[in-house]
Design a protein around this ligand. Structure first.
Ligand code: F6P
Length: 490
């Protein structure tokens, strides 16, 4: 069965019955910003929001998130609520306000300088700072209070997202043990050896074990989590049921590989607006002839962007006959730039692109275009449509939805994907061409391999990848989470 929007809608209505569905994440799905005296709506880049917005559109309910946009306060009602999407409201967004100090300690600090590098094994040393931790706890309480306020006296299913909110379920259960708490961890869970350096490990684990259901992308991360708990806490592990009993409370652990709205992306990719975007990008950026390679990421050190540049450089050193035959377009959304690691990475990418272009350019051709700006979703889809090759070279990634979005946009079965073996999506997208982003020599050869690959073989692979993403779309992901909730608690 292929899960459709209406199947999920029906399932959640049947299960939730009189319960409010409430989602909470740090990042909000719609951000209001001031631009040139007007208020604009921005869609953030990032996996969690991409996956959950279609789910909320299908099912309704309330989404609690940090109001981070410059015009966010201007657009809410007296209870900090706004109906979204603005063009066709389907659910409520409740914004949570944080002071600069709170955002600094909780988001830039503990979430992104401790937990993010701790869980992504890319050899970036985490920073555990007592003040960051203090604000992480404080902001998790602020979220819990806002959630409880939204729920009021109702029954509810709370679906928490990600590593920013590891303690929320605990604060909720202390006041309302009847609320069904589910958490999805969107990033990898490391092995126990890596996790044990975390000074706050017991509190983090106890927070997560306050949930009734805890989800990761892949089985391997579930196993890592269970082994970590076994090592750190006095608990009972039920291997048969794959659950953990801690202090008399049971948490079921499951793998749910996240995905995208395959059909909607395909439809939109063929829409008039995207065709218009494509015509403009053809004039402004796309190569007139030759191939377009595409990289599209938040600029983050886990994404393996320097490794991509190095592979292009090596590829041209080894195979100079491909000069002028392609352009590599790297689109990068600026992210977390208050953290020095991110600022330095941006500077490094500028320098690398400049140097590689200088080294290999001929006439008015240079191999790399580095575009670092927010681009509209229509433009992104136009890029997917035009790109002959999509490169996803993350050093470690929970899933990576760019790979699945690219495949969904390729309704004509064109294109090919170079995919890092260290992404969660590598487990499913078995017809991609795999790379180890640390092995620049083989990475460069993989670029050559796909360029020389017969068209029939490329088409076969893309067809197979499209079948996989069609069958394992975001509605199936959310549907499976709700099936699991029904099995145990409804
Ligand atoms: O990968 C997990 C995730 O929460 C994604 O949703 C997103 O790509 C990222 O982490 C968070 O990005 P940001 O810090 O910009 O919200």
């Amino acid at each position: 069965m292929i899960w459709m929007k209406k199947d999920l809608e029906e399932q959640i209505k049947k299960q939730a019955k009189d319960r409010l569905l409430i989602i909470a994440s740090n990042r909000e799905p719609y951000i209001n910003v001031f631009k040139e005296g007007k208020i604009e709506v921005r869609r953030p880049t990032g996996g969690a929001v991409t996956a959950l917005d279609p789910v909320m559109k299908a099912c309704g309910g309330t989404w609690v998130a940090h109001g981070s946009g410059s015009a966010d306060r201007k657009t809410v009602d007296g209870k900090s609520r706004i109906q979204v999407p603005p063009s066709n409201p389907a659910y409520t967004l409740r914004r949570v306000w944080l002071s600069k100090e709170e955002e600094e300690g909780y988001y830039y600090g503990y979430s992104n300088q401790a937990l993010w590098p701790l869980c992504h094994i890319v050899y970036q040393r985490p920073i555990f700072d007592a003040t960051h931790w203090k604000f992480y706890k404080k902001v998790n309480k602020i979220f819990a209070d806002a959630i409880l306020e939204e729920i009021g006296k109702q029954k509810a299913i709370l679906w928490l997202q990600d590593y920013h909110l590891a303690l929320v379920a605990k604060y909720i259960k202390e006041k309302r043990p009847d609320i069904i708490c589910v958490q999805f961890w969107h990033i990898p869970w490391p092995n126990p050896e890596a996790f044990r350096i975390c000074p706050q490990r017991k509190e983090i684990l106890e927070g997560l074990l306050s949930n009734d259901l805890l989800g990761f992308h892949i089985r391997y991360h579930c196993d890592n989590f269970i082994e970590t708990v076994e090592r750190e806490l006095e608990t009972k592990i039920d291997k048969e049921k794959t659950s953990i009993i801690s202090g008399g409370h049971e948490t079921v652990i499951r793998a749910f590989p996240i995905s995208v709205d395959f059909e909607a992306i395909g439809r939109k990719a063929n829409a008039e607006e995207v065709k218009k975007s494509a015509l403009r990008l053809k004039r402004e950026i796309f190569p007139e002839k030759g191939l377009l390679f595409l990289g599209l990421d938040r600029i983050d050190y886990t994404k393996g962007i320097p490794e991509r540049f190095l592979a292009i450089d090596r590829f041209l050193e080894k195979y100079p006959q491909y000069k002028e035959k392609f352009i590599f377009l790297q689109i990068g959304a600026l992210s977390r730039i208050h953290i020095s690691w991110y600022k330095n990475l941006n500077d490094r990418l500028n320098a690398m692109a400049e140097e590689i272009n200088w080294k290999h350019s001929t006439g008015d051709w240079a191999p790399i275009i580095l575009l670092r700006q927010h681009i509209s979703y229509d433009d992104i889809l136009a890029c997917y449509r035009r790109a002959d090759v999509c490169i996803v070279s993350a050093l470690h990634d929970g899933m990576n939805l760019v790979a699945k979005e690219y495949i969904s946009a390729k309704t004509d079965n064109s294109g090919i994907i170079l995919l890092s073996s260290f992404t969660g999506s590598a487990r499913e997208l078995t017809d991609a061409v795999f790379i180890n982003p640390y092995d620049i020599e083989k990475f460069a050869d993989a670029i050559k391999e796909i360029l020389d690959m017969p068209a029939t073989e490329k088409k076969r692979r893309m067809k197979s990848l499209r079948r996989i993403v069609r069958e394992n779309n975001v509605y199936k992901w959310a549907g499976r989470v709700f099936e699991e909730i029904e099995k145990f608690w409804l």
